[in-house]
Write a protein that binds this ligand. Sequence first.
Ligand code: ATP
Ligand code: MG
Length: 212
Amino acid sequence: TLGLEDPSRTYRLGIMGGTFDPIHMGHLSCAEEVADAFHLDGVVFMPAGDPWMKHNRRVSGAEDRFAMTRLAVADNPKFCVSRIEIDRAGETYTVDTLRIMRSHYPDNVELYFISGADAIANIASWRGAAELGALAHFVGVTRPGYSMDRAREEYLRSQEDLFDLHQLEITALAISSTDLRTKVRNGQSIRYLTPQPVVEYIQEHGLYPLED
Ligand code: ATP
Ligand code: MG
């Protein structure tokens, strides 16, 4: 759906993974700024199925997170949403997702995996880290409250430069899904922190109730 069909040219495709519970302007503007800086032809948002790093809290159903992500990107022709992780049974690791994406797209499509400084710092625990470099480029973006230098150190310490990590300073938006969920539970407004169709979806479906 992103129009990557000309085999004679090279395409650059971003992949933005996340729990997206819910998606917010931090995710969207991050994807837009990376797309702009790296001349990406499109960005695929990839909501996680069973988020293996978040077992300590209840996560909204995958279908709700998928629906909100779709609503959020609907007005941007360069953005789309993939069900790859949602449709897989059990836990999905980044390396699995990238393998699937790599086999799905021909060689003239280069993949750019996008993540925030907090997610980069966890890279040591990513399964199959040694293989990642062959599958995609990595773009780490700045995020308020997280140090990119620390993220870079963690990465260098654990991976000894096994893959390509580009760093990009983006507009600082101190927005998190955790903060949005808390606001909804407290009856506070989340307008302008996420697109209005997402605000309405959360209201209509009664997501993030107080008793959760
Ligand atoms: P939660 O609070 O539930 O962890 P979150 O806001 O961190 O939610 P995730 O779905 O965990 O959102 O993040 C998906 C990806 O988006 C991660 O790579 C994360 O680093 C990045 N990201 C999220 N919010 C921002 C932001 N405000 N600025 C830059 N990157 C962000
Ligand atoms: Mg997070």
